[in-house]
Design a protein around this ligand. Sequence first.
Ligand SMILES: C[S@@+](CC[C@H](N)C(=O)[O-])C[C@H]1O[C@@H](n2cnc3c(N)ncnc32)[C@H](O)[C@@H]1O
Length: 367
Amino acid sequence: MEETRISDSKIEKEEEEANEEAEAEVEIWNYIFGFCNMATVKCAIELGIADAIDNHHQGLMTLSELSSAVGCTDPSYLYRVMRLLVHQKIFKEKATVHGTTGYAHTPLSCRLLRRGDNTNSMADFVLVESSPAMLAPLQCLSNLVRVNTKNNSAFEEIHGVGNQFWKYAVANPGHSKLFTDALSSDARVVIPRIIEMCPEVFDGVKSLVDVGGGNGTTIGLLVKAFPWIKGINFDLPHVASVAPECDGVTHVGGDMFAYVPKVDAVIMKWILHDWNDEECIKILKKCREAIPKDKGKVIILDAVIGQPNEDKFEGVKLMLDIVIMAHTNTGKERTSSEWNSILVKAGFSHYVIKSIHAIYSIIVAFP
Ligand SMILES: C[S@@+](CC[C@H](N)C(=O)[O-])C[C@H]1O[C@@H](n2cnc3c(N)ncnc32)[C@H](O)[C@@H]1O
């Protein structure tokens, strides 16, 4: 009779397959109901939960205190929302002095504060990305991927042909304000880090234009840190005309494809990822014409895909790339070799890429 021996490696392989199956069974449910994470975070911001806890004595609130602070008629739904938010480690539970359970902040929930002076708040970003106008185009992704004519956009499929992202903003000032506020919340987090990590980038710069600068938060922060800089916030007229006044900053309305104001240096945060290579080369050439040949520079803040030292943001960058695919007609996130290609074609002699431990890097290009 022949003895059959199951080898150790076969057992290991079967165990590994069983583990993968078990993980997949859980993981697929996370995809099925994953949208609830965004929905409950949005709900928390709209109710003002983070602000209520922040304003409360010792930053600790029981369910009934929280319920009356945010105006719920009955705390039972709020309890269920908080149960998920605590499970996801967005808020945490702590014992109160009376031995009951209260809700308290974590570093993540502090980012849901709506108070304007909270530099870490990303609440407006959550609100804009979870708005029906921004989410609906993502329902058309498969159609877009199948029929990629380079002229169609999922955003137009939802909002009407010709109603591209920036045109929609002109016709919908409320959406436009939420979008610019969202982007400035990111600027308030990252620009101070750039000022601290790479102040040398602004050495010798006496005038700086922020092309596509939105409501002027980025240039405002830079001018405050480097007060010898004369700042220009340059954006489409419907954005520049409603930008709040800021010391040391002039708001100028215009079209970056036609003209960029003459300055020592140009900064562009999250601009080039909205456009294809040909469009980026046009914008970059306008920027190059605007700066002095000997000491000018163009400072680009945009994602660089596939950077080995920035792994923790890689997944976010790849998700952002999908959002850009759905929202813009031609935009994309770029690898370092794709950045090299457009910078060389736009006539820049050299450039450096620096990590700033953020979703985007800083690319400084020289004429
Ligand atoms: C993704 S937002 C970035 C805003 C800002 N730089 C930031 O990151 O906070 C792109 C900006 O480009 C502006 N923009 C779009 N087309 C433009 C054009 N042709 N000329 C000037 N600005 C433009 C938009 O109005 C918008 O403010």
